[in-house]
Write a protein that binds this ligand. Sequence first.
Ligand SMILES: [Zn+2]
Length: 195
Amino acid sequence: MTRCLNCGADRNADVCESCGLNSAGAELFLRKRLLNRTAIFVLGALAFVAASVRYPPVEVDGVLIFIGALFFPTLGLAIWVERRALRHAEVEALKRIYYGLVPIPWLLAALLLVNGLLDRGVPQIQQERVVGKFSMAGALPIRRVLVTSWREDHQFESILIDRNDFDFLHLGDPINVKVQDGLVGIPWIAGVSRP
Ligand SMILES: [Zn+2]
């Protein structure tokens, strides 16, 4: 006995009693749905990256590493489910795990957005100094400065900045970093300026 690839019901014959699809039809439906959910997941990951650039958490590297660690295994899982479906192997449990992971980037993007957008707190101005800068070209160009840290247990902070700030800042320059607590308690950087 196997389960229907489309609805997950137990199935004894080629045609599923529950949804009326035969095994080829059920496979087609499953693959279509996998593709749709994968598109939703990828868009969610992009939304998350966009939110973390717009309202960058102080721990932006940890956040980006986290999303990478979620992104690739989840896509791998989708591929695995599809391969198993092609062989008409059992996919029900894996499929549910995959569907459960799909909304996570959207939820995290929403969290960062709410944390920054609705933060009405007064920013703290941290007076630091630029000790490094680097940029990475590409589809999503990334420009960062490394500054001395205001946190006791950190030596440096890496801050995402835009092109204008990047061109104007030089090594050794004093820099004011506007730090906000965040509505949901994720400290984020509202901007940098020159004193
Ligand atoms: Zn079915």
